[in-house]
Design a protein around this ligand. Structure first.
Ligand code: UDP
Length: 239
C-alpha cells in the first residue's frame, strides 16, 4: 500500500535551523507550518510520531560559552531554546489538525509536561504527536543524542533525521563533485569510512541500540511523511 507507514513508531529529529527557513535566526512561521503539516501527514499514514527539536536557530551552547559564561550554563540556555521551538511546533501541529503535547527533559510544569517515558508512550499510543524538548536534559550533549536516546527508550523503529542534504555521501558533495550518495549502509561501514551521519556520541548510541537512522532532506514538502512511508530520497543506516 503506497500510503501506509513502513515504520510503526518513529522519532523525527528536526534541527532548529530547519525552523528558521530562509531567515538567519529564529522562527519562520510559514516554514514551521509546512513542517507541522508534514508531521501530521506522516501520522495520518498510521505511524506514531515523536519529535526531538533542536535549538540551533536560537542558541548553541558551544558558540556562546566563553569568558564569563561557562559551558554548562550556555548549554542550559541552548536547551531552553529547544523548548521555545517545541512550543512553536506544538501550536503549529495543532493548527494543522493533530493533537500534540510538549514534554520537556527539564521540568517546567507551568508551560509543558515534564518528560517521562511512560507519559510519552501513552500520548503516542493515543495518537498525539509528541514534541520532546530539552534534548537529553544534560549539558555537553546534543539534540541528535537526545533523538537517539528517546528513540531507543521509546522503542521507535527508526530515527528520521531531517537535514539539508538528501542523505549520506561518500564525501562532502559541496567540496567533492564526484561524491555519490548511499541508499543504504551499515553503522559499521559508516564508522569505518568516517562518514558523519550524526555526532559521535549520538552515532555510538544508535549503533549500540541497533537503531536505524534515515537521513533525508527536509527542503521538499512532504519529505517527512515520505520517509515514514519508506519512500523518497534518503540514506538508511541500518544493521
Ligand atoms: N543541548 C544540551 N544538551 C542536550 C541537547 C542540547 O546542552 O542534550 C544544548 C546545546 O547547547 C546545544 C543546544 O542545546 O548547542 C541546541 O541543540 P542542538 O545544537 O543539538 O540543536 P540543532 O543543531 O539540532 O538545532
Amino acid at each position: 500500500e503506497p500510503n501506509s507507514p513502513a515504520y510503526g513508531r518513529v522519532l523525527v529529529k528536526v534541527s532548529g535551523e530547519a525552523l528558521m527557513g530562509s531567515e538567519a535566526f529564529g522562527l519562520h512561521w510559514p516554514t514551521i507550518e509546512r513542517i507541522a503539516r508534514d508531521l501530521v501527514e506522516a501520522k495520518d499514514s498510521g505511524a506514531e510520531i515523536a519529535v526531538v527539536v533542536g535549538g540551533g536557530n536560537i542558541l548553541r551552547g558551544a558558540s556562546v560559552a566563553g569568558e564569563g559564561l561557562d559551558r554548562a550554563t550556555a548549554d542550559h540556555m541552548g536547551m531552553l531554546a529547544t523548548v521555545m521551538n517545541a512550543l512553536a511546533l506544538e501550536k503549529a501541529v495543532e493548527h494543522a489538525g493533530s493533537p500534540a503535547r510538549t514534554l520537556s527533559a527539564i521540568p517546567m510544569p507551568t508551560i509543558c509536561e515534564p518528560y517521562a517515558r511512560q507519559t510519552a508512550a501513552r500520548h503516542l499510543s493515543r495518537g498525539r504527536i509528541v514534541l520532546l524538548a530539552g534534548g537529553t536534559g544534560n549539558p555537553y550533549f546534543t539534540t541528535d543524542t537526545g533523538a537517539v536516546l528517546r528513540a531507543a527508550e521509546l522503542e521507535c523503529n527508526a530515527v528520521m533525521k531531517a537535514t539539508n542534504v538528501d542523505g549520506v555521501y561518500t564525501a562532502d558533495p559541496k567540496l567533492d563533485p564526484s561524491a555519490t550518495r548511499y541508499d543504504r549502509l551499515s553503522h559499521d561501514e559508516a564508522l569505518a569510512k568516517d562518514l558523519k551521519v550524526m555526532d559521535a556520541a549520538a552515532f555510538a548510541l544508535a549503533r549500540e541500540a541497533r537503531l536505524p537512522i534515515v537521513v533525508f532532506s527536509i527542503r521538499e514538502p512532504g519529505a517527512i511523511a515520505a520517509a515514514v512511508r519508506g519512500q523518497g530520497r534518503a540514506t538508511t543506516v541500518a544493521p
